[in-house]
Design a protein around this ligand. Structure first.
Ligand code: 13P
Ligand code: SF4
Length: 358
């Protein structure tokens, strides 16, 4: 549905009043009505880089989810304020690893005698606490656009090449990167289940594993299946299947191309006219791309018509954005995301390792 013209005008007016004082970042999964007001759009890596690019902006309005706003707060100066237009915009995957569970996991690895061989690599989609844990134990953050480089860095920490990685919290990104990009086998990976004693793993399994994958996943991407891929290939002959690496391993293995949201956009930009694409990622982005590229003669379809929006990304809508911008324009800081300094320092270590990856 087209946006309410009154709200569009209010957002425009509030943004104009704020001028250079506000910098609006928008993740690719945001609604069109929100993306229309973003100064920068990007995948989570690009947004983490861009957050720090406007030090003169007093307010950073983050149109995305909670962990992204936390990362922006960590990477920007103490005087800049990061605002999340709806505080209920979380990420179910990030919620699958709590600080207590991860501390317990480290105890399990320590008791099994493997902690000293293990480097944590945590997906951006995690709380600041998990990022701090990662920083404290010499690990790095990664996103879907640099997971391979992060794993190569982590395994390169040990000269004998016998190290392990504890990958948090997305088992699929961890497994897909290890197997697809690093040439490991599925048997090199074990899954640590935080709801079972000892993670549900034996000492021997921990000793043999190269990748210890946390049992987390994305509820949106987890719904694409091998059937989705097979059906779209039948429905659209000659289609190229392009999916996000948060999809399950069998989906990624059956796809033609795999990458982050920014990669998906770039791939479509470079695709020849007449080509056909089935995209396995969040619906707001796929719809936008279908509209945008239809004019260039590229057919873009959704990989599985039964999969829906990311409900938490969708919580940021035009009314919330208007409310946030008008409040800031009136001098009221609302919905500020602020990570405590001790957590932020350690988390920053891990984020900076990512930003410095070769
Ligand atoms: P990107 O880094 O590819 O934008 O992914 C973020 C995300 O939350 C995917 O579900
Ligand atoms: Fe989290 Fe999945 Fe939504 Fe991304 S799409 S924000 S991983 S729930």
């Amino acid at each position: 549905a087209p946006s309410d013209p009154d709200l569009v005008e209010r957002a425009r007016a509030a943004k104009e009043k704020l001028g250079d004082k506000v910098f609006v970042l928008g993740h690719h999964y945001q609604r069109d009505e929100v993306i229309a007001f973003a100064d920068v759009t990007g995948d989570s890596f690009k947004l983490a880089q861009k957050a720090a690019a406007r030090p003169e902006a007093e307010y950073i309005v983050f149109c995305g989810v909670h962990f992204m706003a936390e990362s922006a707060d960590i990477l920007t100066s103490d005087t800049q304020r990061v605002v999340l237009p709806d505080l209920a915009a979380g990420c179910s995957m990030a919620d699958m690893a709590t600080a207590e569970q991860v501390a317990e996991c480290w105890d399990v690895l320590t008791e099994a005698g493997v902690a000293q061989d293990t480097v944590p690599v945590s997906y951006m989609n995690s709380s600041a606490d998990i990022k701090a844990f990662t920083g404290r134990h010499g690990g790095t953050i990664c996103t879907s656009s640099n997971a391979e480089r992060a794993l190569r860095w982590a395994f390169g920490r040990r000269e004998d090449g016998r190290g392990k990685v504890l990958f948090l919290p997305d088992q699929h990104l961890g497994r897909n990167t290890a197997v697809r990009d690093m040439g490991m086998s599925l048997d090199d990976c074990v899954v640590y289940n935080p709801h079972k004693p000892g993670g549900g793993l034996t000492r021997q399994q921990l000793a043999d594993a190269r990748m210890i994958l946390w049992r987390g996943h994305c509820s949106v991407h987890g719904r694409f299946s091998l059937d989705s891929v097979n059906e779209v290939r039948e429905r659209v002959p000659g289609v190229n299947v392009l999916v996000h690496p948060e999809c399950r391993h069998e989906v990624v293995a059956a796809a033609d191309y795999v990458g982050s949201t920014e990669y998906i956009i770039k791939t479509l930009q470079e695709a020849p006219a007449g080509s056909k694409w089935a995209i396995g990622t969040e619906l707001n982005l796929v719809r936008r791309l279908a509209n945008r590229f239809a004019g260039e003669g590229k057919e873009v379809v959704f990989l599985d018509r039964t999969v829906c929006f990311c409900s938490t990304m969708n919580r940021i809508d035009l009314p919330h954005l208007v409310w946030a911008l008008e409040s800031l324009a009136d001098g009221r800081t609302v919905n500020r995301i602020e990570v405590d300094p001790e957590t932020a320092d350690l988390a920053k270590l891990a984020l900076e390792r990512m930003l410095a990856l070769p």
